[in-house]
Design a protein around this ligand. Sequence first.
Ligand code: PLP
Length: 368
Amino acid sequence: MGRREEPIRVTRSSMPPFAEYTKMIQELWESHWLTNMGDFHQMLERELKEYLQAENLSLFVNGHLALEMAIQAFGLTGEVITTPFTFASTTHAIVRNGLTPVFCDIREDDYTLDPEKLERLITKQTSAIIPVHVYGNLCRVEQIEAIANKHQLKVIYDGAHAFGECLDQKGVASFGDACMFSFHATKVFNTIEGGAVSYQDPELASEINGLKNFGILDEETVALVGGNGKMNEFQAAMGLCNLKYVEQEIGKRKHIYRQYQNRLSGIRGIRLCPEDPRVKRNYAYMPVVFEGYKKDRDQIFRELEQHEIHPRKYFYPCVNAYQCYKGRFLPEDTPVARRISQEVLTLPMYADLPLDVVDEICDLILKN
Ligand SMILES: *Cc1c(COP(=O)(O)O)cnc(C)c1O
């Protein structure tokens, strides 16, 4: 097989037609209003609130700060129960708020926080649960909500992977007290860098919007020790352009997902995520678990790399095995997460990934 011109990466950022973006940002050369909740910011906030079916929504410069500042706005204390099978951001947002993460193991089938193992981790110090809709697999929201209500805990979802998804036609923003979304370049919908938090209680608006702008309430009143989490107008313009195409992009992703599924499902030792008929999916990722397969994850990773195909070991290592948390947690406490992190490979997935590349990837995985 001839060498391809460009390597195949795990993802490729969606971009709108160049002329649509430049036409929008031309207005900024006229207004000279580049950030601080300008017109594009307000438009995108309105459009996303509707698209995501959010009661309330606030844009941020990135998803991480949206989560970090949402945690601060809720005034959480003590311990927060979360999953170790996620991106660094989820746990770091907890720790950077001076809170203690307590890791709950994940479910075998969809890798989300296991509600069966949740309740025994609750102590007098617990103030919240921060689960992750990992790979766009929606958490057991009803079970988590029942436990949270019983113990009066807040639930903030890390919905970085769940943009646009619905459970029984209800947007993911409807679940829990709040949900963070990431609009990073690598996500299903991007604003270059960017993010948002949706939340149920309208009373939180002044806190959340205040925190992202240094706590400045008005010209003479600084009411909170906030930071700077504002999305700028160039980001918002990118979002307005990309939002027009997001459904179309998700449709293309679905097509690619089906091709992977046709080739890889039903093969001994290869596990794909289950599909829940109640969920409208966004096909953000293509995670595959190799468990007792003829080749292990690392061998497949190396073979694909040799062919200029670059999957990712998302999420390896688990957060509770990170160097920066050494000595604070035991990865053995979450054995399912630990094992899955050693067996999972996230294959290339983006709207314009050619189907013959999908076939090539599957051929490489399946050959002896
Ligand atoms: C991408 C991501 C984040 C962070 O979002 P940014 O917009 O990159 O700051 C948080 N959590 C998860 C699970 C993510 O994948």
